[in-house]
Design a protein. Structure first.
Lengths: 344, 893
């Protein structure tokens, strides 16, 4: 039973569960939306590297977003959200309340790092990569802004497949086309997928989709989503989106480290008055066991089109199975088994 | 560029850096992470504003008021960096008592010539130390001695010469009052000039609240001084105005007063719009310049070699421009080799002479007049990207032949069959006799060469693959063209063909006919021609000689090929060197990353502060040293004082950091060189719904106008009819596209990100005009009407100016009408007219007047009728907006 529990919900190491021997550390993304400049380089780099077709040449009228959402031919999607001062104040308040509830853990302001102005003027400092050290240097500018709410802001955020610890798409895949890689990511094998579409309904984030189009379109009818550039990872390379990101808003690395960096970043922002900052996908006890793609958001997840409380759609399967057994309803159990087994 | 991360405050104004320079913007984000305050001043809230500490909306074209008020604030509150200002700027220098300010003449400076519409600059000269300078400043006072009239200077865009240093002065024997109290000091003139540029005036003219002004003023002044520095960043939001060069000058004054020039995290960063636009002014594609900012000779002014040398450099002036003869001779030797000798003045007569302004817009008008037969377009799409697209396309239809070299069949190659004028019936394909040749171009990955980017840095790119099909590099195209033309002329005895036949035109080629780009770089770098070192590359431009013993194609690039090594290809990763990164690429001059960096040390040669240490005098070694290549004579001690009257580099004192300036000082006041005034002054744009709140003079009196029936303007500033075009429009770019779209609208991955032309309007304007988000709008100017999808957004803010609400309409200009691109649409630049800055002949494309109504525009002839109906309602005539000096009767209205 505990095997099933670990496989389908709660904290676990999905790579070990997938029986990889001596795997590398689990890889993932940390997307820090607070430094995203909305350039969409991630979208373009992703399409270039993965040879994804163009999918629509019409203006959507939703700020600068003409992509709309993630889908079979959109593996990175930058959302643009325009907000007034009132909404910003609400976001600050809701973020502050998350801290009061102890999630995420935020250091007290007096434990914040020293102001940026101490020390040298930066000769010898590394490039933008320097900020990976948990932003040891505080944002003095942000401190200055503490307590004041601007009239307006424009949020930008690059969304991507979450590479869930408990990936419903993978769990329901009848052909084994979706599999857990040695990096802990979830990847579709184009040549194995039969286009049944179970994964499409199963994904709690609405990420995976079958590609539309006639026979001239590559992989039409096949379920498609971000592979976290499995081919690049195999060659020791960074995924295309993270490589192209000019501000390191998208970071790639070992998931454990990224979660720490993300938490430090939230701490820093809170210490400087930006209490709207919160993490998304960093909690291993959430409905998908935490995600391989962690986000720092500046408002409620819904604002970005993300489900507030995602739950792996197969999480209830063990529970259903157990109840069925206790009731001795063999027929029901067999029906369930038959349902699970009836894979085309 | 990475030096921006050293700034304590960054003001981005006239630039949308995050969208148009996202890679460079990483250093702004880095500065912010290190604690810098970032302020974005722009008519729109953009992706730059979204990541700044504060966005301050401003009315397009009112920047001089804001920056002038900053100057006033700094002076009145004594917030300037006194030691720096006294020692390093011309604040203490006395100006001729004949000088009269705009305060005295209601918006004009002394010397305005009504007939020519330009200034004679002799009264702006420094007062002279010797003789009765007061009485005849034109003959004695330094700069005024050899004075070209502003009109001819404007015709050759003389301002562009100053891309590498200030203009020549006769000498630098000037009077100074270091107490700054003499009423004729630059400092006192400056103080008087900006005394009415107050926070209240800013509120009235720019629509910026007094609180926001103080936020900016405090941020900038608190982050300047010994310990801290502030940087300004601009792009074409400052340059593309009828007084664009003066916008930048205003920022230069602020930065000099605050002591932010030549120091880490300081300066003014000019962001260039393309990969090698800096390179194409250094080794110019401009009509008026020779490589390295040497002036193109002008017929009548520079008829002899001696006259030319006298104009480009004077041996009696201080600084490195005094050696311009060595740069010019080396250039002529590089071009004409053995044929260039001392006896024939190095073939100076082979150079063409300018006979007037031959800028892009004058050339366009000459086409309409049938004066131009052929036109090469190389990476240029004027049908979409230039101001007044209709004039551009109609002009090209008058050519005999047109060569378009591009990646794609851009609108400038297809206007004759599917342009807007074909649709409207103004032009008929069968009647157009222009023969259009389309030649496909190689991409940067398909050829080797250098890019010179925004911070003057050359970076080499290596060919990765062969160009496909018939695609060719520019290098190969021009080499072949030259080779074939020379072949055709080989037997010619005509004198006029000698310059072509005598050219050194002998680059090695590879198996595909591609010339060796490094061989070209080596020629540009230059080499010794005689003596022990004959054939060896020059290491520095200081090795250049005027006796024909050296050659070099562009003096400022000398050193890029020192020791026979292509330093542009240097690629030591940033993590393996310090932030200055001298081993990444090569920056002109002399691989120096911050110009005038002698100013980062105090007059005694010590760093102003430990925190802002950059270049300093090493007493023990008797040399300048530091993080960068010192911008100074390496062993000239801070205490050095030249004999009076010494010219050239030796004439610079040990505490004259501005080594390219004729007096070694940073110029708060420009006694020479700026054609529209020695101090920046606010004038309204050529088209503006607002009356100039500061002076009777409405617009720049020295601007270049073209009164023509096809170039009408809206009445301005409360004149009758100005209400017909009540809104301000401004044009710009988006991250997702590249300029006129030739490199992006044909690429599906970019085209899908911004697929349609749109306009941005505030919810208030949308309500006023019934515009709906996602719907259509028609935007009408005095030139034409275009249609766009509508984005209603709070990112556009109505501003209260002069007691009236001013609405601004934002228009990205990437789309054009045609059938070849994946995405097309009306071109925003079609709305623009042609009026130019007098210094550099740039068009005013960042501010204009328009109307906006809901719905799509009419088609065909109905479109022309709509435009005419607006023109007639506004009462626009050929002279509307084109009277240079505002008549008194209008002033009083």
């Amino acid at each position: 039973m505990s095997f099933w529990r670990n496989q389908l919900s709660g904290p676990t190491d999905p790579v070990a569960d997938a029986a990889w021997e001596a795997p590398p550390p689990r890889k993932g993304f940390f997307t820090d939306t607070s430094i995203c400049i909305g350039c969409k380089a991630c979208e373009v780099a992703c399409k270039e590297w993965n040879a994804i077709p163009e999918d629509g040449l019409s203006l959507l009228g939703t700020s600068y977003d003409n992509t709309g959402s993630l889908g079979a031919s959109t593996w990175r999607h930058v959302a643009f959200i325009e907000q007034s001062g009132e909404r910003i104040a609400q976001a600050r308040e809701s973020g502050r309340r998350l801290v009061d509830l102890g999630m995420p853990a935020v250091g007290l302001p007096d434990t914040a790092p020293a102001p940026a102005l101490a020390g040298s003027n930066g000769h010898g400092a590394a490039g933008p990569g320097a900020m990976t050290d948990g932003d040891a240097v505080a944002l003095a500018s942000e401190a200055a802004a503490a307590g004041t709410v601007p009239d307006f802001r424009w949020l930008m955020s690059s969304d991507v497949c979450k590479h869930c610890t408990h990936a419903a798409c993978l769990d329901v895949c009848p052909t084994g086309a979706l599999f857990r890689t040695e990096f802990g990511t979830v990847v579709v094998q184009d040549d194995v997928c039969n286009g049944c579409g179970y994964c499409v309904a199963a994904c709690p984030f609405g990420v995976i989709e079958r590609r539309d189009g006639d026979a001239t379109v590559k992989n039409s009818g096949i379920a498609q989503k971000c592979t976290l550039c499995y081919d690049r990872l195999g060659a020791g390379q960074t995924p295309a989106c993270a490589q192209a990101c000019p501000t390191t808003s998208i970071r790639f690395g070992d998931l454990d480290e990224l979660r720490e960096v993300a938490q430090q970043r939230v701490d820093t922002l809170h210490a400087n008055g930006y209490t709207e900052a919160r993490l998304y996908g960093a909690d291993p006890t959430d409905g998908v066991g935490g995600t391989g793609s962690v986000f720092l958001l500046l408002d409620e997840p819904e604002v970005y089109g993300l489900p507030p409380d995602p739950k792996v759609t197969t999480a209830d399967l063990p529970d259903m199975f157990r109840k069925a057994g206790i009731a001795g309803l063999t027929m029901l159990g067999m029906a369930a088994a038959a349902f699970l087994g009836r894979r085309r | 560029m990475q030096d921006l991360s050293n700034a304590d405050c960054i003001v981005i104004q006239g630039s949308n850096m995050a969208e148009c320079h996202p890679v460079a913007y990483q250093w702004v984000m880095e500065a912010r992470l290190k604690g810098a305050r970032v302020i974005h001043i722009d008519p729109r809230f953009t992706r730059t504003s979204a990541t700044a500490d504060k966005h301050i909306p401003i009315r397009a074209g009112s920047d001089v008021v804001l920056l002038g008020a900053l100057i006033n604030h700094i002076i009145s509150n004594e917030l300037y960096f006194k030691e720096y200002v006294v020692a390093y700027t011309n604040a203490a220098t006395l100006v001729s008592p004949e000088f009269q300010d705009t305060e005295d003449l209601d918006g004009l400076f002394s010397g305005y010539d009504d007939e020519k519409g330009s200034y004679k600059q002799d009264t702006w000269a420094y007062a002279s130390a010797d003789g009765e300078g007061d009485e005849s400043p034109g003959t004695i006072g330094g700069p005024a001695a050899v004075h070209e009239h502003g009109q001819t200077e404007s015709e050759r865009s003389a301002g562009e010469q100053h891309g590498s240093g200030g203009p020549a002065l006769e000498h630098a024997r000037v009077l100074r009052d270091e107490t700054l109290q003499d009423p004729n000091t630059v400092f006192q003139i400056l103080k008087r000039h900006y005394s009415r540029y107050t926070p209240e005036m800013v509120a009235d003219a720019c629509g910026i609240s007094v609180d926001d002004f103080h936020y900016l003023a405090e941020a900038v002044t608190e982050n300047s001084g010994r310990e801290r520095t502030t940087a300004f960043v601009y792009a074409v939001g400052w340059t593309q105005h009828t007084l664009g060069a003066q916008f930048i000058r205003t920022a230069a004054i602020v930065q000099l007063l605050l002591g932010n020039m030549g120091r880490p995290g300081g300066g003014i960063m000019a962001l260039r719009g393309h990969a090698s636009i800096q390179g194409s002014t250094d080794i110019p594609t401009l009509y008026n310049l020779l490589p390295g900012y040497l002036a193109m000779p002008v017929a009548g002014l520079h008829d002899t070699w001696e006259a030319y040398l006298g104009a480009i450099a004077n041996k009696e002036q201080k600084g490195f421009w005094a050696n311009a003869d060595t740069y010019a001779v080396s250039l002529l030797k590089a071009w004409w080799g053995k044929a260039a000798t001392a006896e024939n003045n190095w073939r100076f007569d082979y150079l063409p002479r300018l006979s007037g302004a031959h800028g892009t817009y004058q050339t366009t008008m000459a086409m309409l007049d049938g004066e131009v037969e052929g036109y090469f377009l190389l990476g240029q799409n004027p049908a979409v990207g230039s101001a007044h697209g209709r004039m551009q396309r109609r002009a090209m239809s008058h050519l005999k032949w047109l060569v378009v070299r591009d990646f794609n069949m851009i609108e400038s190659a297809t206007f004759w069959k599917d342009g807007p004028e074909i649709v409207s019936g103004e032009l008929v394909t069968e009647d157009i006799e222009t023969e259009v040749f389309f030649l496909p171009a190689a991409a940067h990955t398909e050829k080797s060469g250098s890019f010179t980017q925004t911070q003057r840095m050359l970076q080499w790119h290596h060919q990765a693959v062969q160009p496909p099909g018939d695609c060719q590099s520019e290098l190969q195209f021009f080499y072949e063209l030259g080779r074939r033309v020379r072949e055709l002329l080989a037997d010619s005895t005509d004198e006029r063909d000698r310059p072509l036949l005598d050219l050194t035109w002998d680059y090695p080629t590879d198996g595909h006919g591609e010339p060796d780009a490094e061989a070209v770089l080596a020629e540009i770098n230059g080499r010794h021609l005689t003596g022990d070192k004959a054939g060896q590359p020059l290491s520095s431009y200081t090795e250049m000689k005027a006796d024909g013993s050296t050659e070099g194609g562009c003096w400022i690039y000398t050193g890029v090929y020192a020791d026979g090594v292509n330093h542009a290809a240097n690629r030591k990763p940033g993590r393996e060197q310090d932030l200055t990164a001298l081993e990444w690429g090569w920056a002109w001059p002399a691989n120096r990353r911050i110009l005038y960096n002698r100013a980062s040390a105090d007059p005694d040669g010590k760093p102003w502060s430990e925190r802002k240490k950059y270049v300093w005098w090493d007493e023990e070694q008797g040399r300048w040293t530091g993080h960068d290549v010192p911008d100074f004579v390496p062993d000239k001690a801070p205490t050095y004082r030249p004999e009076p009257g010494t010219g050239g580099p030796a004439g610079l004192a040990g505490d004259d950091p501005f080594v390219m300036q004729a007096d070694g000082k940073g110029w708060l006041f420009t006694p020479k060189g700026m054609l529209d005034g020695p101090l920046p002054t606010h004038y309204e744009p050529q088209e503006s719904p607002v009356r100039n709140p500061l002076y009777g003079q409405q617009s720049n009196p020295a601007r270049k106008v073209f009164p023509r029936k096809d170039n009408l303007w809206s009445p301005s500033g409360g004149e009758r009819g100005s209400e017909v075009y009540p809104f301000v429009f401004t044009t710009y770019r988006l991250t997702e596209h590249h300029t006129a779209g030739g490199m992006s609208r044909w690429l599906p991955y970019l085209a899908e990100l911004q697929p349609e032309f749109f306009c941005e309007v505030s919810p208030e304007l949308a309500a006023e005009r019934g515009l709906e988000n996602g719907g259509w709008a028609t935007i009408v100017s005095a030139r034409t009407a275009i249609e766009a999808r509508v984005l209603v957004t709070e990112r556009m803010t109505p501003l209260v100016v002069g007691g009236h609400t001013i609405h601004q309409v934002g228009l990205p200009y990437h789309w054009g009408v045609g059938k070849e691109a994946l995405v097309s649409g009306d071109a925003a630049n079609d709305l623009l007219g042609v009026a130019l800055d007098p210094n550099v002949q740039i068009q005013e494309s960042k501010a204009g007047s328009c109307d906006i109504v809901a719905g799509r525009r009419p088609q065909g002839e109905a479109l022309l009728r709509l435009v005419e109906e607006y023109q007639s309602r506004a009462g626009s005539t050929v002279m509307t907006g084109n009277v240079l000096v505002t008549p008194p009767e209008e002033e009083s209205r």
